[in-house]
Design a protein around this ligand. Structure first.
Ligand code: KG4
Ligand code: ZN
Length: 354
């Protein structure tokens, strides 16, 4: 089955073609970072308009790269949520219109399921069951993943997400949007000078809390005004040490508690080099395995959506009972079948097996 995937939940338009026999055939991405940079963050209306501009040219590009035409596609996957409502509507309406005009099924994919399954796009993919650390701009979760659609929440953030903490700290240090990568870069030039707290490091559960860390950074920043370059670098260094120590400690606790020896990391913060260094060392010590998506698939992309959609459509096509996600078979156009919806808020726990 050849699946076309669309990602448009935030500030990246991603399109990809995934073949269930041959794997990922092509993918393309347009990042809106430069467009939003002057506003210091994502402007939702601008994001929606830009998705409209990019979606079809990127579709043409991935088809051309894979030497395919629209007629070769068997199904279409699109991010249905969570995310910015207007941005989601663009991808959803384009995917649904294309699927309808081609008479093929479409499936709404949960953005976080896309992130969770992204490491499975790599060679030697991790085997189920595994513990997943999902660390993005909006989420910091530990999950036990028994199979596709079988997600058990082990721990969550009580306040800010890890990516959000990176972004807010970056802002306090005068770095532009997006903050995470800029802060990570600055941290490489820093050294141990300050000490920041590690909230909930030794709590008995698998939950996180990052807002206290951010407040501690604010206190440091206020105390050292005007900030010199050296102070900025050293705060960035210590923040990254604190955040990655918390994440690593909780991952190891989750492996211990579940008795599993397989860890999978996904989401934008999974691109952080220091986090990977720490996780590699900690898992090696405990004889556990750790897998990551390639760097470009840590952050938002179309490939993970095409893949997650393919897994769901494949099960549907083999006639197994379908129980989850919004799947539409456009060949059965009952009245009202033209309707579609997005889910700007959508709990991953609401997903079930395909
Ligand atoms: O997964 P993602 O692209 O979008 C969401 O679904 O949220 O994650 C974006 C988040 C942002 O907060 C960004 O600052 C963070 O991931 N991020 C990083 C790095 N690259 C991206 N944080 C720390 N270090 C990085 N290298
Ligand atoms: Zn994401």
């Amino acid at each position: 089955m050849l699946i076309l995937g669309f990602e448009s939940s935030c500030d990246e338009t991603g399109v990809a073609l995934y073949d269930t026999e041959r794997g990922l055939l092509s993918h393309a991405l347009h990042s809106q970072v430069a467009m939003h940079a002057e506003f210091g963050g994502v402007v939702p209306e601008l994001a929606s308009r830009d998705h409209i501009r990019r979606a079809l040219p990127l579709t043409e590009l991935v088809l051309k790269q894979a030497n395919k035409t629209l007629k070769d596609i068997d199904g279409i996957a699109y991010t249905q949520g969570p995310g910015l409502a207007g941005a989601l509507l663009v991808g959803t309406s384009i995917a649904q219109s294309l699927a309808f005009s081609l008479g093929i099924p479409s499936v709404g994919v949960h953005h976080l399921e896309g992130h969770l399954l992204a490491p499975l796009l790599e060679e030697n993919p991790p085997q189920f069951p595994f513990v997943a650390l999902l660390v993005s701009g909006g989420h910091s979760q530990l999950m036990r993943v028994n199979g596709i659609g079988e997600y058990e929440l082990l721990g969550d953030t009580l306040d800010d997400a890890a990516g959000e903490a990176f972004d807010k700290t970056a802002k306090l240090l005068g770095l532009g949007y997006p903050g995470g990568p800029a802060l990570a870069k600055l941290a490489t030039q820093g050294k141990a000078q300050f000490k920041l707290p590690r909230p909930m490091l030794n709590s008995k559960d698998l939950n996180f809390s990052f807002s206290g860390l951010k407040t501690a950074v604010l206190t440091l920043v206020n105390k050292h005004q005007p900030l010199t370059d050296e102070v900025r670098k050293d705060i960035a260094w210590e923040f990254q040490e604190a955040a990655t120590e918390i994440l690593t400690t909780k991952c190891m606790a989750a492996l211990r508690e579940t008795g599993l020896d397989n860890l999978v990391v996904s989401g934008g913060v999974g691109a952080n080099t220091r986090l990977r260094e720490r996780l590699n060392a900690a898992t090696k010590k405990k004889l556990c395995k750790v897998s990551y998506p390639r760097l470009e698939f840590c952050t938002d992309n179309g490939a993970m959506i095409a893949f997650a959609g393919a897994m769901r459509l494949k099960t549907h096509a083999t006639g197994l009972e379908h129980s989850s996600a919004d799947l539409q078979t456009n060949s059965h156009t009952a009245s009202g079948a033209y309707a579609f919806s997005v889910k700007p808020r959508w709990d991953l726990a609401d997903l079930t097996k395909p």
